[in-house]
Design a protein around this ligand. Structure first.
Ligand SMILES: [Zn+2]
Length: 202
């Protein structure tokens, strides 16, 4: 997979839709100067048949579903194929990074019940709590010990959204994207706290 930087400014100040970010990142990608993620050979990527995937993004306070054509490339040196995925998207899923962060922020400020809230965003309750768990564990792995959180907070959401290089920094540090479910996801120590406190079932 080739990750292309699409987010250059603060997420919460972006005036572009996720669709526009995707299109701009794809249009700006130059395979002739890109190294193969597998073998490192530069300028050996040839465009092959793309694939279609859905993207779920947030627009004007609601969910918006759109279909993307994701470019793919084959390396002429090692033969591996790679999809081009801007860092505004979370790999191996349909939800954009901004969609998940928008839902988490709305969750903090909701007046609805959790069930009604999830109906509005068309997500399962288990999906919401899965995101909260991922956010908390991956955020805690990324930040300093003193800044660690027990539950998603306004301050932690702000610090992620205010740091333009956060998606690419997180990827280069851990080897997978923020909020991407991953078996190597560093959730570790806080899982013990979860079992005692379980704030999401209160
Ligand atoms: Zn290669």
């Amino acid at each position: 997979m080739i990750r292309e930087k699409a987010i250059f400014i603060k997420l919460n100040q972006l005036h572009y839709s996720d669709r526009q970010l995707f299109d701009a990142a794809v249009a700006g990608f130059k395979p002739s100067s890109c190294g193969c993620p597998k073998c490192g050979a530069v300028g050996r990527l040839s465009r092959i048949r793309p694939y279609r995937r859905f993207m779920v993004s947030a627009e004007h306070g609601s969910r918006s579903d759109t279909e993307l054509i994701v470019p793919r490339f084959r390396c002429g040196s090692c033969g591996c194929t790679h999809a081009l995925l801007p860092d505004s998207l979370i790999p191996f899923g349909s939800y954009s990074l901004r969609f998940v962060l928008t839902v988490l922020l709305a969750y903090l400020n909701r007046s609805d019940t959790v069930a009604d809230f999830c109906d509005h965003w068309q997500i399962a309750v288990s999906t919401l709590y899965g995101w909260i768990h991922l956010f908390r564990s991956q955020y805690n792995a990324w930040c300093r010990i003193l800044d660690r959180i027990l539950w998603v907070t306004q301050k932690s959401l702000d610090s992620v959204s205010d740091f333009p290089a956060f998606p690419s920094d997180f990827l280069s540090r851990f080897g997978f994207s923020f909020l991407q479910g991953h078996r190597a996801s560093p959730s570790v120590s806080l899982q013990r706290i979860d079992r005692r406190r379980r704030p999401w079932v209160t």
